[in-house]
Design a protein around this ligand. Sequence first.
Ligand code: NOJ
Length: 562
Amino acid sequence: MKFLTAFVFSVVAGSCCFAQNPDWWKSTTVYQIYPRSFYDTDGDGLGDLNGIIQKLDYIKSLGFETIWISPFFLSPQRDFGYDISDYRSIAPEYGDMGTCLKLIDEVHSRNMKIVFDLVMNHTSNEHAWFKESSSNRENEKADWYVWKDGKGKHGQKPPNNWKATIGGSGWNWHKGRNQFYWASFLPFQPDLNYSNSKVKNTMLDVVRHWLSKGVDGFRLDIFNSIFEDTSFHNNPGSLRIIPSEETPDGFFQKMKFNVNQEGSFEFATELRAVVDSFQNPPRFMVGEVFGDVETTKKFCSYHGKDGLHTIFLFKTLSTPFKAKKWRKMVEEFEHNFAEPFVPTYVFSNHDRRRSITPLGNDVRKAKLLAFFQFTVRGIPFTYYGEELGIEKPTLPLKTGLDPLAQRYKSIPQFMVNWTGQSLNRDECRTPMLWDTTQNAGFTSGEPWLPVAENFKEKNVQTQDRDSTSLLNFYKRIIEFRNENLVLQEGTLTIDEEISNGKVFAFYRELNGGKFLVLMNFSSKTVRLNEIPSEVMFSTHPSTAADFMSPFEGRVLKIAQNN
Ligand code: NOJ
């Protein structure tokens, strides 16, 4: 069917070779790789690009189409690549340009897609641009960053009350310029000044550069912080202490003038125009943004113009694993991201605890979660090792390598444990578990972060041999999705009658084909009114027509495709 769609597009495009479906991204599946922790081929304890190349067949065997790789550009690595000092060079610990181009080719030769992680909002303070910009107030790049005079008698008080997204003033004093510079995240990550058209055009050239090398798209880092309001008014107060997935407000203020600005929505449309100028193959962008769904949707469409293809909907990370809560979440996503939009479903990443952790490390629940992710309408994002059920270890803040851990190291550990989140993001980034050998086969050297203690059970090699493993379940469910266009492209409607406090039920429909997806969120067997239809898939080996086992997920065929 995909082949047919491609053929139709080639005819429409009138080209001699196959043009690709511009909407390929709507039905894709994404595997996120944190390169430092994936596979080390040179024994330095850090993963590398060669390692990714060597493991592409593994990712392909899982059934994923797209890989997204966290940044591997030149960087002092103070935020492990999210602090870039040259957007066009590869960090030597990960490889070189030749290896990077080889990686792009190798991905494409497997009929897969590759998405880079682009940090447009800020650079490292060691980037040559910042060095020049901060050298004095007159140089050519003097206004490439957001500089402001301070307040108070000696100008040493921050220009306004704006807080960084991680708390504390986002204004940082620079002795050389006798001024403050703005950093939305950490002080060594100064924000670029997008009100300066030279900055904007330079960054758009970076985008063109990688697209012309064949990259299929970008994941855009803290994209809702790109623009600040140039009035620099103080932000109003708020009662919120901690920002959440639903609102960036926190630390007792509304982020009214520094987050989710019109300029950023408009910039998304400019970026889209650049990305769309590269066709054959068509490309894709997903934005990391925070805020309520209605506001952040403006990143996808603003004043009638297309923006980012989609955005992360991080509500998935905080929604309790309960039938009614999930139903509500899906309702909201479906309402706001109905065609032509597509929601995203992500349950862990390099900043968030592993998805099996809030599920009490229960593999049955992890299977049901994967079942949901690959049967719901949306783009599933799987974080490396999620398919093995890698668990979140407890790594103390004090000795954390993560700069956030260092910043918060005075917070007592019991308080961190209580939140259930990872303030020390090292916990989310421990090495991939390949086999039962030393360091789980990740490295022959000293791993940069500790390898999971239970790696002898949780690794790829061991789970591959066990037909009931989580790994083999991922393969099964992704294969099932890949074989059924209804699951990739069909509409979604919730079944009001079957859905209740324990069961969540929805239909997927396309071209006369109709599937009923049933999920039992409870630890009890539930009774179903017998539905006379063929069971196409189940998380469980045997299924009774009128019962569902605890944590079972099941797909029934209601009608055949035309
Ligand atoms: C969000 C990224 O996901 C995180 O890892 C990074 O530290 C910050 N943005 C700053 O770039």
